[in-house]
Design a protein around this ligand. Structure first.
Ligand SMILES: Nc1ncnc2c1ncn2[C@@H]1O[C@H](COP(=O)(O)OP(=O)(O)O)[C@@H](O)[C@H]1O
Ligand SMILES: [Mg+2]
Length: 205
């Protein structure tokens, strides 16, 4: 595939390191391509997803990875495209909270389900960010949280190896990352509450 073909396709999102396009030849997939070389998240994702698939883990709360695609002088990584039941792109959990779509009580069962899944599969959510979780809506109005980025490790090396092979370290890491995620979710709710309070003050003035 050429870069021109990729760039003509719909750009779904831009993270800190990668651009995420709809696959020009298959709209049920996305292609992620690095736009800056601070560390190679695609490289880590490719290795970690292959490891998970070999283990045969349940993929309910992560997006399947289909491997590399050559794009001119570089390459992109192909993933399953996460969509709502109507085909639209899900919002991140961050935007759901900041936009007022989720109250704190709404999010608790979804987070509990995700935590149980990570405990069962021993998948490490290394780059914990509320922007790396999509909220996928089904036809009944319920949500499934899907982690689309940040799995495995932030860097390749000893920690990455331990996260794949050392049960006590995996146990510790699962707990540590979950604590971080809950804190970050709380910060989003606080930001939402501050924004609501400040717009109330402006209306009252
Ligand atoms: N599998 C996917 N399906 C649909 N949208 C996605 C998918 N993966 C990423 N996105 C969108 O692209 C954005 C950036 O992707 P991400 O993988 O987080 O990039 P980065 O590694 O640079 O942070 C996400 O916030 C999300 O909006
Ligand atoms: Mg990201």
């Amino acid at each position: 595939m050429t870069r021109e073909q990729l760039e003509a396709s719909h750009l779904i999102g831009k993270g800190n390191e990668r651009l995420c396009y709809v696959h020009p030849e298959d709209p049920s997939k996305v292609i992620k391509i690095a736009y800056r070389k601070y560390r190679d998240q695609n490289e880590i994702d490719a290795i970690y997803h292959e490891y998970l698939e070999k283990k045969g883990v349940d993929l309910t709360h992560i997006n399947r990875c289909y491997g590399w695609i050559e794009i001119d002088d570089t390459r992109g990584l192909v993933f399953e495209r996460v969509v709502n039941h109507d085909g639209s792109t899900p919002k991140t959990i961050k935007n759901m909270i900041l936009d007022g779509d989720f109250a704190q009580a709404d999010v608790v069962p979804y987070l509990n389900e995700l935590q149980q899944y990570l405990e069962d599969t021993k998948i490490i959510f290394a780059d914990v960010s509320e922007s790396n979780i999509l909220c996928c809506k089904n036809e009944h109005g319920d949500y499934r949280l899907v982690i689309i980025d940040g799995l495995g490790s932030r860097h390749l090396g000893l920690k990455f190896w331990l996260q794949c092979h050392c049960p006590p370290y995996i146990h510790y890491k699962l707990w540590k990352q979950w604590t971080k995620l809950l804190y970050r979710v709380d910060v989003c709710f606080q930001r939402r509450a501050d924004a609501v309070a400040s717009s109330g003050r402006q209306e009252g003035a």
